[in-house]
Write a protein that binds this ligand. Sequence first.
Ligand code: ARG
Length: 593
Amino acid sequence: SEKTACGSVRGELSDLFRTALTLSFPSVAADPVVAACNNAKNGDYQCNNAMALFGKLKGTPNAPKAPRDVATAIVGALPTNDLVAETSLAGPGFINVRLSRDFVSKRLSGMLVNGLAGWAPTGYAGKKVIIDFSSPNVAKEMHVGHLRSTIIGDTLCRIFEYCGSDVLRLNHVGDWGTQFGMLIEHMADARQARVAAGGEDKDMDEDVSDLQELYRAAKKRFDEEEEFKARAREAVTRLQGGDAGSLAAWERICAASRREFEAIYSRLGVKLQERGESFYNPMLKGVVEELKERGVATMDQGALCVFLDGHSVPLIVQKGDGGFLYATTDLAAIKHRVNEEKADWIIYVTDVGQSQHFDQVFATAKKAGWLVDEGAKVSHVGFGLVLGEDGKRFRTRSGDLVRLAELLDEAKNRCAATIRERRAEAGEEVDEAEVEDAACAMGYGAVKYADLKNHRTTNYKFSFDEMLNLKGNTAVYLLYAHARIAGIVRKAEKDVYALAADTPISLDHPKELELAIHLCKFPEALEDAIEELGPNRVTDYLYDLSEKFNSFYVDCKVLGSEQEASRLLLCEATAVVMRKCFELLGIKPLYRI
Ligand code: ARG
């Protein structure tokens, strides 16, 4: 892929303008500001440097008289190239660029012949990117918040993987902490009760078969029974002291929890490496010592605190009783990820409610010298709430948190019903295995897409009716759109890849050109997605692509037309890019309706 890597059109234009800016105004350093035109009537791209540059040059010898003069000089200094067909000036000094049709056509042919790998944004290949996502808590419900983290995190991983980064997908599972004391004690009591009733004196699978129930029951006793509470506390101490029996019980609870999480991940097609909080436990003492030694952490009201500028509350790293906290573990994790994993970029995907936590953790790591300016970059990718149709926090009718497995079942079942209906209407036979596959692709795809298409920080309403709508910006609609295009190409019964090698893609019709230019913007959508850590850039792009294709298909006959070969290539290029979008969004494409 390396030798065919070409970057984005916007990037190549920026390089041209960078040269033009240096040549025309060597005395002022200016980064090129190049963007796609909002209105295709003006041009395909524009360079917006002239106005600001004019301001900077004011008062210097031979200063230009108007921003337009600056623009003219920049255009005059553009190096010879094969991208730009034409430039024009607009308004106070915008430089509009019209792309060469031949360039666009060749870029598309090149993509079909060499594959889409060459279109991956450059600059991330070989970089170590750690994405900390999903991260549910053992024995507690994996709720819709964790679903969001799982979906957004997985898409970010897929984007970086496409760019050739060395991605480490880490599941920072909440598998350590004081809650285990009460769980272990409650399990021990259940076993004793079983023995008293004549049962076997051994651990039973049923003890951990319903972890949420175990948690609920244990918590109730912890809150209500003083004697139990005391025992739970002792159990924590034993566990932390490395007592074998306690560790075995802890391990059983984790294993049961892991099975539940894995079931969800496998349905969603998400891969994750588990490295829970317990992994960092042996490092916590050292981390705290180091913070004290460096004067970063100080004692305040009995707790060890880090006071940070701009924060009204300190970050507590050790409680008065010596216990460590969520933040202590995250500090150990940062240090480990920087020093041992050699991360270039560490990305955390959690709800926006944890923004302050991460700001403070990052600031503390900087103060401690674990994060330096030239070193690893850290980002918190915060997301908003999932709301029910009533606009309140998403709950089931009984008021419980929604169970993820049930939610996925419902999406799948609704899709299966729709598919069967369509097949029946068409009088086609139903292949149950195929319907099941298609229903999973659609149902899970719909859940993911509905989540990803929103700007991640906004709260969004979870609505099956909306996400499964056959029309509009939904995965179902897009999957059908892709299947339709794949159908067109299939119907032609031609080897499109053989065609691609020797048939130039003609872009004489404006709708052909518009579609082709949008296809070439795929790398830019990914650059923006990475820049903002916003998967909605990919969904927006994908939806626009299907709209541009529709508009092309209405006006341009494909099968049986004089331009059939060339237009088939446009269809295939669209299908290829759509499939890559689906792949990045973790959605399985469908090839038939
Ligand atoms: N377990 C946490 C929760 O459920 C999320 C962990 C996120 N990752 C981290 N490194 N703190 O809220």
